[in-house]
Design a binder for this molecule. Structure first.
Ligand code: BDP
Length: 333
């Protein structure tokens, strides 16, 4: 009886082994589930483009990579998310180059106020050899930059009065993104700055913890900041590129062929984002105007630009190795 049972058990085991071997052979390779971070709400140009990226990646890799987007910074604020993608805890994201500065020093060049003359110059330069130099610097920190999104031009806004000259900045407290360069930037204009997470700005404006912040039209509108800070002044002091970045560890798990497909999807996403961006700028501008926001041009942009010279001087003194990058960008415009 004992022997018979043992035999039965043995048969069962071997049937199970064969069954699982067959299942292994016939089942497709395990799909990579990719988690993507995004700070913006659904419907924002970047969010739409990221959704298209996710769809195209799943399609073109025949489901070997299945990306899923998490919008609205539900997986953490930007500085945390950068660390998570660097360590492979998250697989991809759309990052602004502002909060990248403390981690990838070369990207601080992009945060030098007025470094780009226009959004078009920024696109042209980032799409060329200079953009590749930034991608190399990001890769050294485990981030694979596959394409560059735009984020327009950032301007100052506040709850008190229009800013027409640097003197109007005096006495105002502004929120800036997490980067000391921006604290210095507001300082040179005569104001005070405090780095703060994007998600905290609305409440801080409302309760008077800060008097203002700075951003492009679409973020000023989609974040609701325009409801509480009614003066938007066109300083256009920062034109920052953003990356569609993949974690190096996730990237290296892909075959060469899949890497090609993912890169192509990222390039298509950037094309879409840039186009949607243009439309959204107009739409957001109209929304804020309709709500009673006062938009003003500054008296003279060069008055603000001149104030930034000490930032350039100090930056080059501290990072002599980055001087050529600054000059190459300037020479390309
Ligand atoms: C938006 C950028 C986003 C930044 C945000 C901010 O797209 O990445 O986090 O500004 O000011 O324009 O924090």
């Amino acid at each position: 009886m004992q022997l018979k049972n043992n035999l039965k058990l043995k048969n069962c085991l071997s049937v199970a082994a064969v069954a699982s071997a067959v299942a292994l052979m016939s089942s497709p390779v395990q799909a990579e589930q990719w988690r993507g971070w995004n700070i913006h709400p659904p419907g924002y140009p970047n969010s739409e483009a990221l959704e298209s990226f996710a769809k195209e990646v799943a399609q073109k890799t025949d489901g070997r990579v299945e990306p899923k987007m998490y919008h609205n910074a539900v997986l953490g604020d930007q500085p945390d998310a950068i660390e998570q993608v660097r360590s492979g805890g998250l697989d991809f994201a759309n990052f602004n180059m502002g909060p990248m500065g403390p981690i990838v020093p070369a990207t601080n060049v992009l945060s030098l106020p007025f470094i780009f003359n226009s959004v078009d110059d920024m696109y042209r330069i980032m799409d060329g050899d200079i953009g590749d130099r930034f991608a190399d610097a990001l890769e050294e920190k485990n981030l694979i930059a596959l394409s560059w999104f735009g984020s327009g031009a950032r301007s100052l806004y506040n709850t008190e009065h229009p800013v027409e000259t640097p003197d109007d900045v005096k006495g105002l407290k502004f929120r800036v993104m997490n980067n000391d360069l921006y604290v210095q930037m507001i300082d040179e204009m005569g104001g005070n700055a405090t780095p703060m997470a994007y998600s905290e700005v609305y409440q801080s404006l409302k309760t008077g913890v800060i008097d203002g912040a700075e951003n492009n039209y679409p973020s000023y509108e989609s974040s609701g900041h325009y409801e509480v800070a009614k003066y938007y002044s066109l300083t256009e002091h920062l034109i920052l590129p953003e990356c569609l970045c993949v974690a190096k560890s996730s990237w290296e798990e892909l075959s060469k062929e899949d890497q090609k497909a993912v890169r192509k999807a990222a390039e298509n996403a950037a094309k879409e984002q840039r186009q949607l961006w243009e439309e959204r700028v107009q739409k957001s501008r109209q929304i804020v105007l309709d709500s009673g926001v006062k938009i003003n041009k500054v008296d003279s942009k060069s008055a603000f630009q001149e104030k930034m010279q000490p930032i350039y001087d100090e930056f080059i003194k501290q990072h002599p190795g980055l001087e050529s990058l600054v000059h190459d960008i300037q020479a390309a415009q």
